[in-house]
Design a protein. Structure first.
Length: 162
Protein backbone atom coordinates (compact mmCIF):
# COMPACT_ATOMS: atom_id res chain seq x y z
CA UNK A 1 0.00 0.00 0.00
CA UNK A 2 1.35 3.42 -0.96
CA UNK A 3 1.21 5.86 1.97
CA UNK A 4 -1.16 8.76 1.42
CA UNK A 5 0.24 12.25 1.60
CA UNK A 6 -1.38 14.56 4.10
CA UNK A 7 -3.46 17.35 2.64
CA UNK A 8 -2.25 20.94 3.03
CA UNK A 9 -5.13 21.53 5.46
CA UNK A 10 -4.11 18.65 7.74
CA UNK A 11 -0.44 19.74 7.59
CA UNK A 12 -1.40 23.34 8.41
CA UNK A 13 -3.61 22.16 11.27
CA UNK A 14 -0.87 19.99 12.77
CA UNK A 15 1.74 22.74 12.55
CA UNK A 16 -0.56 25.57 13.64
CA UNK A 17 -0.46 27.68 10.48
CA UNK A 18 -3.82 29.34 11.03
CA UNK A 19 -3.61 31.58 7.94
CA UNK A 20 -3.48 28.54 5.65
CA UNK A 21 -6.28 26.80 7.55
CA UNK A 22 -8.46 29.92 7.15
CA UNK A 23 -7.63 30.31 3.44
CA UNK A 24 -8.37 26.67 2.60
CA UNK A 25 -11.55 26.75 4.67
CA UNK A 26 -12.73 29.93 2.92
CA UNK A 27 -12.04 28.58 -0.58
CA UNK A 28 -13.06 24.99 0.04
CA UNK A 29 -15.25 24.64 3.17
CA UNK A 30 -15.77 20.91 2.58
CA UNK A 31 -12.07 20.37 3.27
CA UNK A 32 -12.81 20.56 7.00
CA UNK A 33 -14.36 17.11 6.73
CA UNK A 34 -11.33 15.46 5.12
CA UNK A 35 -9.80 12.61 7.12
CA UNK A 36 -6.20 11.46 6.83
CA UNK A 37 -5.03 7.87 6.36
CA UNK A 38 -5.40 7.33 10.11
CA UNK A 39 -9.05 8.37 9.98
CA UNK A 40 -8.32 11.63 11.80
CA UNK A 41 -10.16 14.82 10.93
CA UNK A 42 -8.92 18.38 11.43
CA UNK A 43 -10.11 18.46 15.06
CA UNK A 44 -8.28 15.22 15.89
CA UNK A 45 -5.08 16.67 14.42
CA UNK A 46 -5.36 20.16 15.94
CA UNK A 47 -6.18 18.76 19.38
CA UNK A 48 -3.43 16.12 19.30
CA UNK A 49 -0.80 18.68 18.26
CA UNK A 50 -2.07 21.27 20.77
CA UNK A 51 -2.84 23.82 18.07
CA UNK A 52 -5.21 25.95 20.15
CA UNK A 53 -5.81 28.68 17.54
CA UNK A 54 -6.67 26.13 14.84
CA UNK A 55 -8.96 24.34 17.30
CA UNK A 56 -10.82 27.57 18.16
CA UNK A 57 -11.14 28.56 14.51
CA UNK A 58 -12.55 25.19 13.46
CA UNK A 59 -14.86 25.07 16.47
CA UNK A 60 -16.25 28.55 15.80
CA UNK A 61 -16.42 28.36 12.00
CA UNK A 62 -17.99 24.93 11.90
CA UNK A 63 -20.95 26.19 13.94
CA UNK A 64 -22.12 28.52 11.15
CA UNK A 65 -24.13 25.82 9.37
CA UNK A 66 -26.24 25.16 12.49
CA UNK A 67 -23.41 23.06 13.83
CA UNK A 68 -23.80 20.15 11.40
CA UNK A 69 -20.11 20.09 10.42
CA UNK A 70 -19.01 20.62 14.03
CA UNK A 71 -21.12 17.66 15.17
CA UNK A 72 -19.60 15.42 12.51
CA UNK A 73 -16.07 16.51 13.41
CA UNK A 74 -16.68 16.08 17.15
CA UNK A 75 -18.20 12.63 16.65
CA UNK A 76 -15.30 11.40 14.49
CA UNK A 77 -13.52 8.25 15.65
CA UNK A 78 -10.18 7.45 14.06
CA UNK A 79 -8.75 4.09 12.96
CA UNK A 80 -7.40 3.44 16.48
CA UNK A 81 -10.84 4.00 17.97
CA UNK A 82 -9.79 7.37 19.40
CA UNK A 83 -12.22 10.25 19.81
CA UNK A 84 -11.10 13.88 19.97
CA UNK A 85 -11.11 13.44 23.76
CA UNK A 86 -8.56 10.63 23.46
CA UNK A 87 -6.40 13.01 21.41
CA UNK A 88 -6.66 15.64 24.17
CA UNK A 89 -5.51 12.99 26.66
CA UNK A 90 -2.32 12.21 24.74
CA UNK A 91 0.82 14.07 25.76
CA UNK A 92 3.45 13.37 23.12
CA UNK A 93 2.95 16.73 21.39
CA UNK A 94 2.62 18.80 24.56
CA UNK A 95 5.64 21.09 24.58
CA UNK A 96 5.34 22.48 28.09
CA UNK A 97 3.01 25.31 27.24
CA UNK A 98 3.43 28.62 29.01
CA UNK A 99 3.73 27.32 32.57
CA UNK A 100 6.96 26.96 34.52
CA UNK A 101 6.36 24.20 37.09
CA UNK A 102 5.24 20.61 36.65
CA UNK A 103 2.07 21.30 38.66
CA UNK A 104 1.12 24.25 36.46
CA UNK A 105 1.88 22.30 33.29
CA UNK A 106 -0.32 19.45 34.48
CA UNK A 107 -3.06 21.95 35.31
CA UNK A 108 -2.78 23.40 31.79
CA UNK A 109 -3.12 19.93 30.26
CA UNK A 110 -6.11 19.15 32.49
CA UNK A 111 -7.84 22.39 31.45
CA UNK A 112 -7.26 21.48 27.79
CA UNK A 113 -8.74 18.03 28.36
CA UNK A 114 -11.77 19.52 30.14
CA UNK A 115 -12.31 22.06 27.36
CA UNK A 116 -12.45 19.28 24.76
CA UNK A 117 -14.57 17.13 27.10
CA UNK A 118 -17.27 19.84 27.12
CA UNK A 119 -17.63 19.42 23.34
CA UNK A 120 -18.19 15.67 23.21
CA UNK A 121 -21.44 13.86 23.99
CA UNK A 122 -21.54 12.31 27.48
CA UNK A 123 -21.32 8.75 26.17
CA UNK A 124 -17.99 9.56 24.50
CA UNK A 125 -16.41 9.91 27.95
CA UNK A 126 -16.84 6.15 28.45
CA UNK A 127 -15.93 5.19 24.88
CA UNK A 128 -13.01 2.76 24.77
CA UNK A 129 -10.46 2.84 21.96
CA UNK A 130 -8.92 -0.25 20.37
CA UNK A 131 -6.49 -0.52 23.31
CA UNK A 132 -9.55 -0.69 25.60
CA UNK A 133 -8.84 2.71 27.20
CA UNK A 134 -11.28 5.50 27.93
CA UNK A 135 -9.93 9.01 27.38
CA UNK A 136 -9.67 9.57 31.16
CA UNK A 137 -7.69 6.35 31.59
CA UNK A 138 -5.41 7.40 28.75
CA UNK A 139 -4.97 10.85 30.33
CA UNK A 140 -3.89 9.26 33.63
CA UNK A 141 -1.45 6.92 31.86
CA UNK A 142 0.02 9.67 29.70
CA UNK A 143 0.47 12.13 32.56
CA UNK A 144 1.59 9.86 35.43
CA UNK A 145 5.19 11.11 35.29
CA UNK A 146 4.02 14.69 35.16
CA UNK A 147 1.80 14.05 38.21
CA UNK A 148 4.73 12.50 40.08
CA UNK A 149 6.89 15.54 39.28
CA UNK A 150 4.07 17.89 40.30
CA UNK A 151 3.81 16.21 43.70
CA UNK A 152 7.48 16.76 44.53
CA UNK A 153 8.37 19.91 46.44
CA UNK A 154 9.48 22.83 44.32
CA UNK A 155 12.67 23.22 46.32
CA UNK A 156 14.25 21.16 49.07
CA UNK A 157 13.12 21.93 52.59
CA UNK A 158 15.51 24.07 54.62
CA UNK A 159 17.70 22.05 57.01
CA UNK A 160 15.84 23.36 60.08
CA UNK A 161 12.60 21.70 58.83
CA UNK A 162 14.10 18.22 58.62
Amino acid sequence: MVPQLETPLIIAASTGILEIVKKIHKEYPQALEHVNENGQNILHVAILHRQYDVFEHVKNESEKDRGVVKRRLVLGIDNDGDTILHKAARSEYYSGGTKSTAALKLQEELKWFQKVEKMVPAHYTIHRNKKNKTAKELFKDQHKDQLKDAQEPVSPAPPWQS
